[in-house]
Ligand binder design. Structure first.
Ligand code: ZN
Length: 255
């Protein structure tokens, strides 16, 4: 899926994230995030904008209950609420700066998600989420079940799930992503690893094509905070349809 929108800010350069997402219930499912181009100074314009109740409802449905094209209904995918820790291992291409950015994303998610607390691990064998930031060919040779098909993209998240929960996620980050975009790509991909897809709403970091100056990459927008809170509510279960959980979505949307 490729969607582009015009950027009317002073900057002529923008981050493009285009994605192909496989929503079929296969293992592993793939969710590919792409960006090209460079970037300029980041300023936040939509991160703190309060979304309407209808926006929250519609965006959650789009992110969690629609296929990548937004044309077909699908069901919720998420980590089991009884899984108290999701262990994250950074494999290749880690830096002190990136690990700090990862810690910030995890801390933000842990504030919003009461059940699945993300923690870093140095033991790959126990990792639930693996991050690898190396060239695609190097990644593919090591993670043969989670191969990057488009090496020109900036990030790819693969999720693998059983009948009742997500069981593993592997995130590939391009080592050539400009440093001032890395936090945004990292936050976007880690959010995929929770079990959600894309939206066209520019108040969300989960837009497939993102202006570099419409989102503060170091925090979640109010809209994204609501989305993560809804998904992590333990009344929302893997396999649920919109009809199953519409009352819960409305409850958060009304806050
Ligand atoms: Zn994406």
């Amino acid at each position: 899926m490729k969607i582009a929108f015009a950027v009317t800010a002073v900057s002529l350069v923008f981050l493009t994230i285009a994605c192909q997402t496989s929503e079929e219930n296969i293992t592993p499912a793939t969710n590919t995030t792409t960006n090209s181009t460079n970037n300029t100074t980041t300023t936040s314009t939509t991160t703190t904008v309060k979304p309407s109740s209808q926006e929250i409802y519609d965006t959650f449905v789009r992110l969690a209950l629609k296929n990548s094209a937004g044309t077909a209904a699908m069901t919720i995918r998420k980590w089991l609420p009884t899984k108290t820790q999701i262990k994250v291992y950074w494999d290749g291409g880690r830096t002190t700066t990136l690990l700090s950015a990862l810690d910030k994303v995890m801390a933000d998610m842990n504030t919003l998600n009461k059940y699945n607390k993300m923690v870093r691990t140095e033991v790959v064998a126990e990792a639930d989420i693996i991050i690898n930031r190396v060239e695609a060919a190097t990644h593919n040779s090591k993670y043969t079940s989670f191969q990057v098909s488009n090496s020109s993209v900036q990030g790819t998240t693969f999720t693998q799930w059983s009948s009742d929960a997500i069981t593993k996620a592997v995130v590939w980050l391009s080592p050539t992503t400009p440093s001032n975009l890395q936090n945004g790509v990292l936050r976007h991909e880690l959010t995929h690893a929770l079990g959600i897809g894309h939206t066209e709403n520019t108040k969300s970091i989960m837009i497939p094509v993102m202006s570099s100056n419409n989102y503060d990459f170091n925090t979640f927008s109010i809209l994204d905070q609501r989305i993560i809170q809804i998904l992590s509510d333990n009344r929302v279960k893997q396999g649920n349809t919109e009809a199953n959980i519409s009352a819960v979505i409305k409850e958060y949307a009304a806050k």
